[in-house]
Design a binder for this molecule. Sequence first.
Ligand SMILES: C[S@@+](CC[C@H](N)C(=O)[O-])C[C@H]1O[C@@H](n2cnc3c(N)ncnc32)[C@H](O)[C@@H]1O
Length: 207
Amino acid sequence: MSEPIYDERYARPGLYWGSKPTGLARDVLRIARSLPRSPRTLVDLGSGEGRDSIYFARRGYRVLGVDISSVGVRKAERRASRLGVNVRFLVGDIRTYRLSRRVDVVFCSGALNNLPRRIRAARFEHFKAHTAPGGINAMNADVPKPYIPPYSMNPFSSPFRSGELLGYYGDWQILDSGQVEFVSNASGVPHRKAMDVVIARKPDPDS
Ligand SMILES: C[S@@+](CC[C@H](N)C(=O)[O-])C[C@H]1O[C@@H](n2cnc3c(N)ncnc32)[C@H](O)[C@@H]1O
């Protein structure tokens, strides 16, 4: 269970991850503009303090943010309400959380590594099955690199194999995929990270 680590981080004043949206969230909006039908509904898995959920909601999406940290969820709710943005957040575990209906976008930035390997295939099947035809999944996952010293702020996370994330979307249209490398300073200890990124579109028989 990883929530005590994040609870402790989110209980500190200020925003642990900052207020700016992730690059993945910005990429989703850019790509959504070129889709035949604009996405309207989005679930943000591992929504943290809500920076991306709020970003999407401000741009007209109906958003549900799900995070295991109740401290993060309450902080996200308070921030959204302070900003006058309508977003629903709930405490949930992405290892077991079941979407009750289809959404246009399943989004997950920075949280997939909390999925143990043995349940990943089943979880992706669930996320894909609960995506509307023509909708998208936008995901990233930490991957180890031989030239980057291992560093994890979360002892419960397990890395993806390089290319593993893309492999879950072999039957979808790949709109964007690749690897990003950057220096993260969120913990106060700068460290390099590599992430695989995938934005994939579910086939739509009507388009
Ligand atoms: C690296 S943070 C990213 C937060 C947010 N997506 C962002 O970019 O600001 C990872 C998030 O995943 C959440 N998390 C970890 N394990 C989880 C789980 N099993 N179910 C749901 N959320 C989880 C943590 O509480 C944390 O908020």
